[in-house]
Design a protein around this ligand. Structure first.
Ligand code: ZN
Ligand code: ZN
Length: 349
């Protein structure tokens, strides 16, 4: 069978790999149907590393994915602890916590000390035709959620966790820096949570157009105006109650601190390429900011499925391109270059 494997920085190749064997106890075999490309995949693609995870051998990317169950290992239960069945369509949470460390015990599986992660070296991801995954990571999805939409539940899960951390309140102001898929999903959820007004910032006009469509009250292109100044002008110099940073530029953290009101709250979601957090201490200290870092998500798939099926946020609108598995290298190059009109690219396996 085919798999798209990363051989080193910007060296992605579609190659033949052996078919997986039959699934062991608790595991299932899925035929992968769709995989989304994520900003963190682009970090790996660009540098062969993310954070302090270095890639030291060839491996398969892809952590936003869904598929169809083709074989069920003994006693395999899904994420709701129900038996899995052949033919079910399932979205897969890529993160496997150990369920038996202090963080897991305290209800923070996203901070598990021993977790593994599909699509992060050394664990192979989903850019392959078939794959064995743990049943507990799988959440059956209804037919009303498209294959591409099924992959976006992972992204949506991160947005849900972010909005949880942000503790948004009705008619309290919000600034969102970065209108990629995560930023836009945060915007969609923030609207539902009642944040107002919402200001959105990005350097690409087509993303800002989407932000406006999704209900941002004002949008600013940070390549054309000074984002901080623009926000201060719009808020009479006060800034925003909450600022969410969902970009991956190093100056955007500093921007976030400058945009926050006194006593405000920052939630940092973006992962900077240089793995450094740049923020002037005095700005954050004098304002007495509360700063939260978003690490993955908790048990958010059931909520993400509810949001997708009720149409609370129309996740399909974020899918701008589809590529077949054979064209994965072209899809990554297109996403990496931020070509005009790119929101979320889906690989149809
Ligand atoms: Zn991701
Ligand atoms: Zn754990």
């Amino acid at each position: 069978m085919k798999a798209a494997r990363l051989f080193g920085a910007k060296d992605l190749r579609v190659v033949d790999v052996p078919e997986p064997e039959s699934p062991g106890a608790g595991d299932i075999l899925i035929k992968v149907k769709a995989v989304g490309i994520c900003g963190s995949d682009l970090h790996m693609y660009e540098n062969g590393r993310i954070g302090y995870t270095d890639q030291s051998d060839v491996f398969t990317l892809g952590h936003e994915f869904m598929g169809e169950v083709v074989a069920v290992g003994e006693g395999a239960l899904d994420g709701h602890f129900e038996p899995l069945q052949v033919g079910q369509r399932v979205a897969v949470d890529p993160c496997t916590p150990c369920y038996e460390c202090e963080m897991c015990e305290q209800g923070h599986p996203n901070l598990c000390l021993h977790h593994t992660f599909y699509g992060l070296f050394p664990e192979d991801g989903a850019l392959q035709e078939c794959m064995i995954v743990h049943g507990r990571n799988c959440f059956p999805i209804p037919d009303s959620i498209s294959d591409g939409g099924g992959t976006l539940l992972e992204t949506l899960g991160v947005a849900i966790h972010t909005v949880d951390l942000a503790k948004l309140k009705v008619a309290k102001s919000l600034a969102i820096i970065g209108c990629g898929p995560v930023g836009l999903l945060i915007l969609g959820l923030a609207k539902k949570a009642g944040a107002y007004p919402i200001y959105a910032f990005d350097k690409f006009d087509w993303r800002l157009e989407k932000a406006r469509e999704w209900g941002a009250d004002e949008v600013f292109n940070v390549d054309q105006v000074d984002g901080v100044q623009a926000l201060m002008d719009a808020t009479n110099g006060r800034g925003c109650d909450t600022v969410i940073e969902a970009a991956w530029a190093d100056h955007s953290i500093q921007m976030a601190a400058e945009m926050a009101a006194y006593g405000g709250r920052l939630v940092l979601v973006g992962i900077p390429g240089d793995d450094q957090l740049h923020m002037q201490h005095a700005v954050a200290r004098r304002k007495g900011l509360t700063i939260m870092m978003c690490r993955r998500m908790k048990h958010t798939y059931p909520r993400a499925i509810a949001i997708a099926t009720t149409g609370m946020v129309n996740i399909d609108e974020l899918i701008s391109h589809h590529f077949p598995l054979e064209d994965t290298p072209e899809a990554f190059a297109k996403n990496f270059n931020y070509d005009q009109g790119v929101h979320k690219i889906i690989i149809d396996v």
